[in-house]
Design a protein around this ligand. Structure first.
Ligand SMILES: Nc1nc2c(ncn2[C@@H]2O[C@H](COP(=O)(O)OP(=O)(O)OP(=O)(O)O)[C@@H](O)[C@H]2O)c(=O)[nH]1
Ligand SMILES: [Mg+2]
Ligand SMILES: [Zn+2]
Length: 294
């Protein structure tokens, strides 16, 4: 029997087996070596012993760079925040919440504005106008007409990414557009476990031909802010950083304080009023949470 040592990435855990991708196309159905005590997550890099006929044994989990809770995926370094031109009209507060969360977790966000084949609502236009200007990455797509999909694939190259955003924005459609002719490797796994189905426990990473991995998630519209100190919140609004240098007080919360650089930037129209209002409402929440966490 031939046995080879290799490294791979866990695409999915299902029915007691771990599907480990090794190289471009090979997927191995692996069991765990008994001595492994930690929970193996989708996205984990692992050392495996490859056996014949696509079987293998996971010997060791390699060090994790990060661990996302929802969905439970290890080593995620990008989140695609999907909103749409319309249907549903974008929820800017949810977008800002997701941007704070991504930054807090040190995951690079990319805003994806999907359904570019239909007319944008005012809020969608507002996203296109404002967020790239202050430094967030944005890609317009139509999963339906397959527009912007190549650009999206380029953004994802070499990344482990998750799709996030409200129900109906087109996350699953984008995943399908990114995987037009499922690579052999993906097809193998998907046949066994059913593509498109997801529960929080069985999250699957799909490998893109352009290099990179992506996981779908069910939509949501409510999201708690992570625990943090009130002074930390403004750091997660990237365009507040420069004007905050001009605040008179070092610990300025950009709320009631005098001589606040952030409020002056709002007055000059450099920071959008809606962003500032979201900041203030998040600040109330963070203060309330501070009491619970301390
Ligand atoms: N016009 C248009 N419709 C789209 C596009 N992408 C998706 N849709 C439609 O939008 C609806 C929702 O798409 P899904 O991909 O299921 O959305 P989702 O974000 O995965 O939704 P959840 O799984 O509920 O979170 C479906 O009816 C799609 O056909 C697009 O680019 N243009
Ligand atoms: Mg979906
Ligand atoms: Zn200030």
């Amino acid at each position: 029997m031939t046995r080879t040592q290799a490294e791979g990435i866990v695409l999915r855990n299902y029915g007691g087996f771990y599907y480990v991708q090794n190289g471009e196309s090979g997927i191995h159905e692996c069991r765990l070596r008994g001595k492994i005590r930690d929970r193996v997550l989708t996205g984990d890099r692992v050392r495996v012993t490859l056996l014949e006929a696509g079987k293998g044994v996971v010997e060791e989990i390699l060090p994790r760079r990060s661990e996302l809770r929802r969905p439970p995926v290890a080593n995620v370094d990008m989140v695609l925040i999907v909103m749409s031109f319309d249907k549903p009209t974008p929820d800017l507060a949810l977008l800002d919440r997701l941007l704070v969360l991504a930054d807090y977790q040190e995951i690079t966000p990319c805003i994806v504005l999907n359904k570019s084949d239909i007319a944008p609502t005012t809020r969608a236009e507002c996203i296109m106008d404002y967020y790239p200007r202050v430094g967030y990455r944005l890609v317009n797509t139509s999963a339906k007409k397959r527009e912007g999909i190549e650009e999206l694939a380029r953004v994802l190259t070499g990344r482990v990414a998750v799709l996030a955003g409200p129900s109906g924005a087109g996350k699953s459609s984008l995943l399908n557009a990114l995987l037009p002719d499922l690579s052999l490797a993906t097809r193998e796994v998907s046949r066994k476990i059913g593509r498109g189905r997801h529960t929080t426990r069985h999250v699957e990473l799909f490998y893109l031909d352009s290099g990179g991995w992506i996981a779908d998630t069910p939509g949501f519209s409510i999201l708690d802010l992570p625990p943090m100190k009130r002074q930390e919140l403004a750091r997660h609004f990237i365009e507040f950083e420069e004007p905050a240098r001009w605040c008179r007080f070092n610990d300025c919360l950009h709320d009631q304080e005098r001589e606040c650089g952030v409020k002056e930037a709002v007055d000059r129209g450099e920071i959008a009023t809606f962003r500032y209002h979201h900041y203030l409402s998040f600040l109330v929440e963070v203060k309330e949470n501070e009491r619970c966490y301390n």
